[in-house]
Design a protein around this ligand. Structure first.
Ligand SMILES: [Fe+2]
Ligand SMILES: [Fe+2]
Length: 407
């Protein structure tokens, strides 16, 4: 009998011993010849080597080519991150295929590595530390930056004009430059160049530009998160991708407020930024816990902190007096059917799952969070159209991320 690494196995060799996975589940039985497809599956299941019959070195081969190794790593990555999701669902199946395709093209596989040790009583520590602070001292949440309050005042006032918004925007050159770049981007599709703020406000709408400015100012506000917790560039890419895909799905579903969907997607995980910034120790433990358990970060937040990033976002955005219609898409993006108006949260829900699957950045964890098929059915979008929307997002994301970088 010979113990052979999977990379060295030849097609048709006969197993000398049963093969089981880490949990003792029987995968293949002794005495059975195995083919290349089964060898590939064993790799996906994390089996490093098998015992085969005979002693002849000829039954093994040289290691496979690099392309095949990359495909296996990507397949294992996607299988792992989808471990809590029904991948046969008509909406998930095209997302799964797109994830394999995109990650293979970009070499985006994840080595989930060894599990990290957790401190004793960590659950209790987190629960006491986090829940108490969020519940009883909301004052610890940041005050609304002055510029956000000003935009808010303008969009709430029915008598305000494009000039009012332009006047506030122009006080922040970086915000003004970014607004113009966004208005001129392919995503908005205006045929002629928009070269002044007032024209941008006229075309996009006073309220729309006001909310866009509020959202950008929020992103700027959280721009100094410790990099050892989260890669902010990756967070931004996740947010922008979710915004772009939400807008495209909104158009496919014939919704009137696709711009609002872009902004809801852009801000959907802002609650995470609050806890990265104000509760970094707890956040670190939650991320480690997710890594150890294979659960999504969202599940761990609820379990261990007693409050999720969507609830934190609710506290923050209400305090900052963001429009309710925008907040709805953000705070219900993991449980869209809990919203009295579930369509927009359902769009962000599906978009978030898709961009997580493709690895278009991330906001903390890699495991795909809970998918609610009822949310998908709210949309009336054909699964084939979902693939098209994902392709369009991939085409736009680099351009849009470049615009936001450095704000
Ligand atoms: Fe989220
Ligand atoms: Fe997300």
């Amino acid at each position: 009998m010979l113990l052979v690494a999977l990379d060295k196995l030849k097609d048709g060799v006969v197993l000398g011993e049963d093969v089981r996975d880490n949990n003792g589940r029987l995968l293949l039985t002794k005495g059975q010849p195995i083919d290349l497809n089964q060898i590939r599956l064993l790799k996906i299941w994390g089996v490093p080597e098998v015992k085969i019959q005979g002693q002849d070195q000829d039954i093994v081969t040289e290691s496979g080519d690099k392309d095949e190794d990359d495909r296996l790593k990507v397949e294992r990555t996607v299988q792992t991150i989808f471990q809590h999701i029904d991948t046969a669902h008509p909406a998930i199946s095209p997302i799964y295929s797109a994830a394999i395709e995109y990650r293979l093209q970009k070499g985006l596989f994840i080595d989930f590595g060894p599990r990290l040790p957790l401190p004793e009583n960590f659950k209790l520590d987190l629960y006491n530390g986090m829940k108490t602070q969020i519940q009883f001292s909301e004052v610890q949440l940041p005050e609304s930056p002055e510029i956000i309050s000003e935009f808010n005042r303008i969009i709430e006032d029915p008598l305000s004009s494009a000039n009012d918004i332009a006047a506030v925007v122009s006080r922040s050159p970086s915000l003004a430059a970014l607004l113009l770049k966004i208005a001129n981007s392919a995503a908005y599709g205006y045929p002629s160049k928009i070269d002044t703020l007032s024209r941008a406000v006229t075309l996009l709408g006073t309220r729309e530009v006001g909310v866009l400015a509020m959202v950008i100012s929020s992103v700027q506000f959280f721009g100094d998160i410790p990099q050892n917790l989260i890669d902010l560039a990756s967070f931004l890419r996740h947010s922008i991708s979710c915004g772009l895909l939400s807008r495209i799905l909104g158009a496919q579903a014939n919704l009137p407020h696709t711009e609002r969907l872009f902004l809801a997607g852009l801000l959907h995980d802002i609650g995470r930024l609050v806890w990265y910034r104000y509760f970094p120790e707890q956040a670190k433990l939650v991320l480690n816990m997710a890594k150890n358990t294979g659960l999504s970060v969202y599940e761990i937040e609820k379990e261990c902190m007693g409050i999720s990033h969507t609830q934190i976002a609710g506290h923050l955005l209400n305090k900052w007096r963001f429009p309710d219609t925008l907040v709805n898409g953000i705070i219900h993006h993991h449980r869209p059917m809990r919203s009295p108006e579930p369509v927009e949260p359902s769009i962000v829900h599906v978009a978030d799952i898709a961009v997580n699957a493709l690895g278009l950045g991330h906001s903390g964890g890699h495991i795909i969070p809970h998918f609610d098929p009822r949310g998908w059915h709210q949309l009336g979008i054909a699964p084939g159209a979902l693939k098209t929307a994902i392709d369009q997002t991939v085409q736009q994301v680099d351009i849009m991320t470049d615009l936001f970088t450095g704000i």
